[in-house]
Design a protein around this ligand. Structure first.
Ligand SMILES: Cc1cc2nc3c(=O)[nH]c(=O)nc-3n(C[C@H](O)[C@H](O)[C@H](O)COP(=O)(O)OP(=O)(O)OC[C@H]3O[C@@H](n4cnc5c(N)ncnc54)[C@H](O)[C@@H]3O)c2cc1C
Ligand SMILES: NC(=O)c1ccc[n+]([C@@H]2O[C@H](COP(=O)([O-])OP(=O)(O)OC[C@H]3O[C@@H](n4cnc5c(N)ncnc54)[C@H](OP(=O)(O)O)[C@@H]3O)[C@@H](O)[C@H]2O)c1
Length: 505
């Protein structure tokens, strides 16, 4: 059996995997490293999704990497630009030959005797008869696999859909070169995907309707950053970027705190913004959710493009429940019918951890959802394992970046003390029966929250989703806090491993 060994193995070449690899490569160049990616290209989310208008809804100054300024006047970015940005970051850091594509990691099994992970990967798309399995070992495993199932989005079955004569599409499987010009299109849903699709398709369709079961908060985000343009004229690029990023972080956090603290006031403010933009002909019922801002995510639309499409009657919005599909559209519970040639089910994602990989500890399954996260970066009781998971109430990358900086600190700490293994342990029963995203009421979270790791009542076991606090915890607090248990590097007389002994934390 041919096995490749690396000091560090990263699962996934998306925004998090490449960002983590850039930092590690810079700060710990002596550690051998590989990135194992299931797809044939890097970019993760930004390579997978190809539907019209695909874009970020976070501003790129804070969604992009802190080490690589996002130099564009546009606040939001389209999918291909984000993919190129990730790819540029990998190339600039000399990582291209460290990525192995087309390999899905299916199992990682920690060997306490060997002090390493045994990792099994399957080559996707191999020819029949070819040996599809690849084996790796590594000392430290870093999971950067994102949080959703890349194979299949959430696609409920609708009554009578077999009768529909047109095409039904889920945005996660957008057909290549799909021509929808001159067609009647119905988009089901009003999450970030739906509000992106509707204005992007509206110019080509005969008509496009957004059919929502319940309204979402939608707000206008200016897509040209005039301050950034001005600053970049007069200041060095890095300084201008730093100022804009800091301003954006303050504004985002302020908006989030205001929504949590003064929900009624913020609701009024958000709805007023919609009213001004959408014009008097659109019923505000469609934009008045029955939850408070940030109980579920807010949807940003660049320069109010969705509102413009509605005001100009290139698109329409309906709030109702689906009774059934008919031969030429859908019948609603109200009795109304909407005719369509194409129905797009923008009904969401399925959460999935580690791309479905099984985690084992000395051959025994170690499900993630039974362990707490430690500082939102490591996982209780799992040795030499990092689980990168970004923010859901702020740009994802902010967290993935400070988590990778923490890892660099942890490696330095361990190297200086000849330590080989680190395992977070909860000695004081902090565990709660709370998942790390339970507070978010969005459908995709509530459906699959059981698969996420747990959190605890306090300290490093509590997940705050607060960048300022996490920065202090991950970058400033001492590494040793009594919750990390170590094992020393131990060699026998012939230089191999002997059974490790626990060293005090
Ligand atoms: C359409 C869309 C838009 C979004 N927009 C925003 C936004 O504006 N702001 C924001 O903060 N967040 C946004 N998100 C959330 C988004 O997923 C993250 O922000 C970010 O891109 C995640 O990066 P990642 O590298 O952690 O994961 P991913 O992008 O999911 O990449 C994970 C990579 O790991 C690979 N992989 C997974 N499992 C395995 C395995 N077992 N073996 C080998 N390889 C594996 C995958 O193939 C993939 O390439 C968006 C999500 C979606 C779906
Ligand atoms: N540009 C971006 O930034 C971007 C783009 C896409 C996705 N994302 C991220 O990806 C995640 C998922 O977004 P998403 O928009 O794909 O999904 P989502 O937020 O889960 O929204 C799904 C939509 O489908 C509706 N729906 C689900 N089942 C339905 C059913 N049986 N009948 C009728 N309607 C149904 C939901 O209605 P209810 O609300 O009534 O349940 C909701 O409106 C989010 O984290 C989002 O931020 C971001």
């Amino acid at each position: 059996m041919n096995t490749q060994h690396f000091d560090t193995l990263i699962i996934g070449a998306g925004l998090s995997g490449i960002g983590t690899a850039v930092r590690l490569n810079k700060e710990h160049p002596q550690r051998s490293m590989a990135i194992i990616e299931r797809r044939e290209r890097m970019g993760g989310t930004w390579d997978l999704f190809r539907y019209p208008g695909i874009r970020s809804d976070s501003d790129m100054a804070s969604f992009g990497y802190g080490f690589k300024p996002w130099n564009s006047d546009k606040v939001l970015a389209d999918g291909p630009s984000i993919r190129n940005y990730i790819s540029e970051a990998a190339e600039e850091a000399g990582l291209l030959d460290k990525i192995q594509y087309g390999l899905q990691i299916t199992e990682s099994n920690w060997s306490s005797d060997q002090q390493h992970w045994r990792v099994t990967a399957v080559a996707e798309g191999s020819d029949p008869g070819e040996n599809k399995t690849r084996h790796f070992t590594c000392n430290f495993l870093i999971n950067c696999s994102g949080y959703f199932n890349h194979d299949k989005g959430f696609r409920p079955e609708f009554p009578g859909e077999e009768n529909f004569n047109g095409q039904i599409i889920h945005p996660q499987q957008w057909p290549e070169n799909f021509d929808y010009s001159g067609k009647k299109v119905l988009v089901i849903g009003s999450g970030a995907t739906a509000v992106t699709l509707v204005p992007s398709m509206a110019d080509k369709t005969e008509h496009i309707t957004m059919l929502q079961r319940s309204p979402s908060y939608v707000f206008t985000m200016p897509n040209n950053d005039k301050v950034s343009v001005l600053l970049r004229k007069f200041l060095p690029e890095k300084l201008a970027f730093k100022i804009v990023r800091t301003r954006n972080l303050i504004v985002q956090r302020g908006l989030y705190i205001a929504c949590r603290r003064w929900p009624k006031m913020m609701r009024k403010w958000l709805l007023n913004g919609v009213r001004k933009r959408v014009g008097p002909d659109v019923d505000m019922r469609h934009f008045s959710p029955n939850y408070m801002p940030w109980d579920e995510r807010l949807c940003a639309v660049p320069d109010g493009d969705l509102f413009d499409a509605l005001r100009e009657k290139r698109a329409s919005i309906v709030t109702d429940h689906i009774d059934s599909f008919t031969t030429d559209g859908v019948r609603l519970k109200s009795g109304d019918e909407i005719k369509a040639d194409i129905i797009i089910a923008a009904t969401g994602l399925n959460l999935q951890m580690m791309g479905g990989m099984e985690l084992k500890l000395d051959d025994k399954p170690m499900p993630l959802n039974q362990q707490m996260t430690y500082k939102g970066a490591l996982i209780e009781n799992i040795p030499n394992f990092m689980w990168v998971f970004g923010y859901t109430n702020a740009p994802w990358t902010l967290k993935s970046e400070i988590a990778s900086q923490y890892l660099c600190r942890l490696f330095r700490h361990m190297d200086e003390r000849d330590l080989a293994v680190v395992t977070p342990r909860d000695k004081e029963n902090h565990a709660l029966d709370d998942g790390i995203m339970d507070s978010l009421q969005s459908g995709y979270v509530q459906r699959d929250k059981h698969c996420l790791p747990r959190q605890g009542s306090e300290g490093p076991w509590q997940v705050t989703m607060h960048y300022g606090k996490d920065k202090k915890v991950l970058l400033n607090q001492p590494i040793d806090d009594g919750c990390l248990e170590y094992q020393a590097i131990r060699k026998n007389s012939s230089g191999g491993n002997v059974t490790p002994i626990a060293a005090a934390a």
